[in-house]
Design a protein around this ligand. Structure first.
Ligand SMILES: *Cc1c(COP(=O)(O)O)cnc(C)c1O
Length: 497
């Protein structure tokens, strides 16, 4: 299996090179040259094994230049017993009727990013050995809140790596901020930006491709890589849990082999739902992929009209990890759907960069609409949904998951489609306590984040994850805030070069 770039069809690299680089030097995203297949028998066999074995099988189809020993080492380390607080790693919970929730937040930082960021440091250090000789890897992360913490936790004190995280100063929840600013580890750095997530992401992408900066890195024996979902090493581990969920649903009797499922994903950068698309294309019986957005509904409009237009107001919502107007991973989907033509992708994404807008061909639009359904949900409806799902079914959903649950309900109501559905749940409700609490008991003021957490514990009779409660009183290590123009200097400063 080789990987090419969405911006240059002539690129051909191994999986380990794609992961070590993070992003292709032409600015494109690495993508497998073809999509490997999982046969019916293979999927059935996966029903009889645990998450780690499922991961080895699925990842092995993509990471073909990893030896069996290397892959075993990565998977065993990442999903080792006790790291995720469920023996299923990502358990499927029935909420009502045909609606199931896939809980992707049982890892160390309580968001779905752990599913990939617990294994990425392993994949990256193995990849670096094969491709980068003795260089030290600098991981630069732009985060809307959850990636930053999950990446810091995954990479802290990993030998041969340094990690620097940029987040929007006013764009993350208090708990997310605290998780990042109190991060331990000798190789970590965190900095807030005056701007939004798109500013952070654009800033990081510009640093990655700036020749002067790259030269300075070269002189210091350093090399960049990415822990954002532009890195294939983030995407591949996310395919695993959709396959795993399907197996678990067979095992618990909610479907039998061959039954189709619908998958609903609360979407920001289009990484999680792209992984679901890959699972489907690999042969998993999936009917519709349902893309749920918050008030920043650029993807809803795109899927409905074929026009991607980021020239619009940016909203700060109660589901901040989805406050995004430039969904990077859409580029990978469009590359496949346009017949793997990098010239077409260059054209559309140059238009996006220059005018903030592009329109796909009618053929591509038709394919998108046969694969995907889109819907959106504002903050008022998000909170109503948390309240309704909690009171009707006793399930406490976080704000992002609630966006997906609302879009799921609207889809079922308008189509009558009663295919079993899997709703990806992307965060613990305790990460967004204030919004979740106000949804279940009405607006009240609490002195600080931790009194909100305890109030939510009391109201719900659930216990907050210990790793969140433990942040109370923890020393804040990182307080720097800077302008988006100043990001490169912060990088030099933090690295001491
Ligand atoms: C990152 C994130 C999302 C969005 O996922 P994408 O892969 O960027 O589409 C949704 N919910 C939560 C809680 C997240 O952390």
């Amino acid at each position: 299996m080789f990987f090419t770039s969405t911006r240059d069809n002539n690129v051909k690299v191994t999986a380990s090179k794609a992961i070590a680089d993070g992003i292709s030097p032409d600015g494109g995203l690495y993508i497998p040259e073809s999509i490997p297949q999982l046969s019916a028998d293979e999927i059935k066999a996966l029903c009889g094994v645990n998450y780690k074995e499922r991961a080895k099988k699925v990842l092995g189809l993509y990471l073909t230049d990893f030896t069996k020993e290397e892959l075993d080492y990565c998977v065993e380390g990442a999903y080792k017993d006790g790291k995720f607080d469920s023996e299923f790693v990502a358990p499927v919970v029935n909420v009502h009727d045909n609606v199931n929730i896939l809980e992707l937040f049982r890892g160390p930082t309580c968001a779905f990013k752990d599913m990939a960021l617990q294994i990425l440091p392993y994949l990256l250090t193995v990849s670096a050995k094969k491709n980068l000789k003795d260089k030290e890897i600098v991981i630069l992360v732009a985060t809307s809140g959850d990636t930053g913490k999950a990446a810091l936790e995954g990479f802290k004190d990993v030998p041969g790596t340094r990690i620097l995280v940029f987040y929007p100063n006013d764009g993350v929840s208090p708990m997310q901020k605290l998780q990042m600013t109190t991060q331990e580890g000798g190789n970590v750095g965190v900095c807030a930006i005056y701007g939004n997530f798109d500013d952070c992401q654009t800033g990081v992408k510009n640093i990655f491709t700036n020749k002067e900066i790259l030269d300075r890195f070269e002189q210091n024996n350093l090399v960049f890589s990415s822990a954002n979902s532009i890195n294939w090493g983030r995407l591949a581990p996310q395919i695993v849990y959709y396959v795993s969920a399907y197996c678990d649903m067979i095992n618990n009797g909610s479907i039998k082999y061959g039954d189709k499922i619908n998958i609903v994903v609360p979407t920001g950068n289009f990484g999680n739902i792209l992984a679901a698309y890959f699972a489907k294309e690999m042969g998993l019986p999936v009917n519709k992929l349902i893309c749920a957005s918050n008030a920043n509904k650029v993807l809803t409009d795109f899927i409905e009209t074929g026009v991607y237009d980021r020239n619009r107001d940016f909203y700060t919502t109660v589901s901040p990890s989805m406050d995004i107007l430039i969904s990077s991973n859409l580029e990978r989907l469009l590359y496949i759907l346009c017949g793997r033509d990098s010239a077409v992708i260059n054209d559309w994404f140059t238009q996006l960069k220059e005018n903030g807008k592009y329109e796909v061909s009618d053929e591509v639009k038709a394919q998108i609409q046969s694969l995907f359904v889109a819907g959106c949900c504002d903050d008022v409806k998000t909170k109503e949904t948390i309240n309704r799902v909690y009171n009707d079914y006793g399930y406490l959903a976080d704000t992002h998951t609630a966006v997906a649950l609302d879009v799921c309900d609207s889809y079922i109501e308008s189509t009558g489609d009663n295919t079993p559905v899997v709703v990806a749940s992307t965060a613990s409700p305790f990460k967004f306590s204030k919004a979740v609490l106000s949804a279940v008991e009405g607006e009240k003021d609490y002195a600080d984040e931790f009194s909100t957490v305890s109030a939510l514990e009391d109201v719900s009779s659930l216990k907050a994850p210990a790793q969140l409660s433990a942040l109370k009183g923890k020393e804040v290590r990182f307080t720097k805030v800077t302008s988006k123009e100043n990001m490169a200097d912060v990088v030099f400063e933090m690295l001491g070069i």
